[in-house]
Design a protein around this ligand. Structure first.
Ligand SMILES: [Zn+2]
Length: 269
């Protein structure tokens, strides 16, 4: 099985004791690329560092809505310097979180807009974190649309929102939640949306799929998510893996040879 983990946080301290083993295990479980996503300036720097150490790891840089109040002009400028580096594929994760409201909403919105502008300026796609903020996410996206594409990370909204995002040309990424008992609505959405817009992600160390729910998550568990989505779609897991790998290559503009190799087989389903 050939997989891309489109959203991981391997720089987090959760992996300090055994990061190398975890990365090795990911490779042994078919993960050919990992996109490590920044959540603040420091983790953006650390993501890039990790990406420069391993050829199959790439980085995204950005400030999470939880830390939106830390995004001043200096931070924005430094993000821009990071974003032009070769191993940086995207701006993220950015967006709005109205569940935790760790930063005031007007500040979250401003940080989101400023980082969408950064995506436009650098020609990179963006990765969106959205929690209970569908309406404002859509309004801001429509006003600031960059044309470089983007990903709705850990998609957890309803079917209507899914179609709105698809209409904007976005990819929807699904992780461990899809394996949870109470995720019937989400499975219904995965069943209905176009296959060529589905991405797989772990969001590790969080949201560990069944049968490891409750433990620390890692990219090596991505196969359980692939298997669940294959089951929902009535496909062989290998086939689902190929299609979503091709999708990830397109979404992130991953190196051309892989994009070509998998796009050929994956894009027609
Ligand atoms: Zn994340």
């Amino acid at each position: 099985m050939i997989l891309v983990d489109t959203h991981a946080h391997l720089d987090f301290t959760h992996f300090d004791g055994d990061r190398e083993e975890i990365i090795e295990r990911a490779r042994n479980n078919g993960v050919i690329y990992i996109v490590n996503v920044g959540s603040d300036l420091e983790s953006s720097r650390n993501s890039l560092e990790l990406a420069e150490e391993y050829p199959f790891i790439y980085a995204a840089v950005g400030v999470h809505p939880h830390d939106a109040d830390k995004l001043d002009d200096t931070v924005l400028k430094e993000l821009e310097e990071l974003a032009v580096r070769q191993k940086v594929l995207a701006i993220g994760e950015i967006g709005l979180d109205y569940y935790y409201d760790n930063s005031p909403r007007d500040i979250q919105k401003e940080a989101f807009q400023n980082q969408l502008k950064l995506a436009e300026k650098t020609g990179l796609p963006f990765i969106i974190h959205n929690r209970e903020a569908d309406e404002d996410i859509l309004a801001i996206l429509k006003d600031n649309y960059t044309g470089n594409g983007g990903i709705m990370h850990c998609f957890g909204s309803g079917l209507k929102m899914a179609w709105e995002c698809l209409e904007l040309g976005l990819y929807l990424a699904f992780g461990g939640v899809i394996t949870f008992k109470n995720a019937e609505e989400l499975r219904g959405i995965v069943k209905e949306i176009p296959l060529e817009r589905i991405l797989l992600e772990t969001d590790c160390p969080y949201l560990t799929p069944v049968p490891f729910r409750g433990r620390r998550n890692e990219p090596g568990y991505l196969r359980y998510i692939a298997e669940k989505i294959a089951e929902i779609r009535g496909l062989h897991p290998e086939e689902l893996a190929e299609i979503t790998t091709a999708n990830a290559a397109r979404a992130y503009n991953l190196p051309v040879e892989v994009q070509y190799q998998y796009q050929k087989r994956g894009s027609l389903k």
